[in-house]
Design a protein around this ligand. Sequence first.
Ligand SMILES: Cc1ncc(COP(=O)(O)O)c(C=O)c1O
Length: 415
Amino acid sequence: MPADIDHHELTTTRRTVQSFEMLQASPAAQWPAAPGEADARCGVPLARVKQALARFGDGRPALVIDVARVRYNARRFAAAMPSVRPHYAVKANSDRRVLQALAQQGVGFEIASSTELDLVRSIGVPAAEILYSNPVRATGAIEYAARRGVEWYAIDCVQELGKFAALKPDAKLYLRIETSNEGSDWPLSGKFGAGEADIDPIIEEAVRLKLDVAGVTFHVGSQCRNPENWRTATRSARAVFERLTRAGLRPRLLDLGGGYPVQLTEATPSIEAIGTLIGQELAQFNRDIEVIAEPGRFMVADAGCFVAHVIGTALRHGQRWMHWDAGVFGGLFETIDGLRYNLHAERDGVRVPWYVAGPTCDSVDVCMRDQLLPENIVEGDSIYVLNAGAYTTACASQFNGFALPQVIVIDTRTD
Ligand SMILES: Cc1ncc(COP(=O)(O)O)c(C=O)c1O
């Protein structure tokens, strides 16, 4: 066991992993509904966000994240899909306290790099609870993970199989297949996923190399608001199970990937509706399989409220511009491809269209165009970006010398 593992945490994690089966979602959030229109759209009461900022804020843009809500989300996910074991996608928000909250709920983990592996292990998560779902890794990364006991690795091409034959011939591999990302606000198809014509060559090469292709996975696209994507993907995966079996392999893991959405600005299916659909599809598998999922956004997005400050307003060619201290490079990266958040400004002026831009000199740093906000916003105002706990601080950089956003972790159950 490496020296960096905290033994108390390890015991706690093991204990809670064992109690995973008993988890049930609470019927409602664990705090009384806070008043205000913005609170109805936000998973963390704004009063608690402001309280935390007043106590701990240092003036930078900040993400206030509530681990009570993270734990609640884990329980809600488990109740919506009782036969599916979630493995949190660390990339969505890798704050250690968030990871600990999820480990305490019996959630496993999905990683993309050696750094994420170290992080998850440092809170005491056993290697058996960790899946390596990045389908192409450097040779050194495979060696690093194999030495630390990671057993499960995603693949989606013949070329990656050679690395496993050489470095970890007993790896349990799961084949990522291409699937529709239509209706997902942040599509992920087009980079990873074996296409129809790629699948047989991969199976043949795996058989030749005596590798264990033990499962199938897919990703329906992040913030997927089209539940049919899970239906189509699960059916395709079932067909691939048959092909693997016919080739003499022993598939036994179905990994439903990520994509589970949270309420942002558009109509969004509930996790319960998605869970019901998935349950119907799983019933069609006439074999004994283990089913897991890799939710990232769902676990953390509505547990977080991102707060940015107006650094200046401008009128250019008759267009109002609001410049704030966090932009595409400072936390609001996903706006670059059109993801939209609900914003809350503490002004009651008439709502008019604004262009909203980050503080850097790059012209790509424009988060929103024609965003409705009160007309009387002024420099110094705080703007609250609701349900922004995922892929915000995780994607932030210090481009142009601007500081990284602050992360303030609260626990509305105990604080
Ligand atoms: C392999 C893999 N699994 C899971 C996720 C998490 O997806 P989401 O946050 O949409 O649930 C991602 C996101 O990029 C991913 O690449």
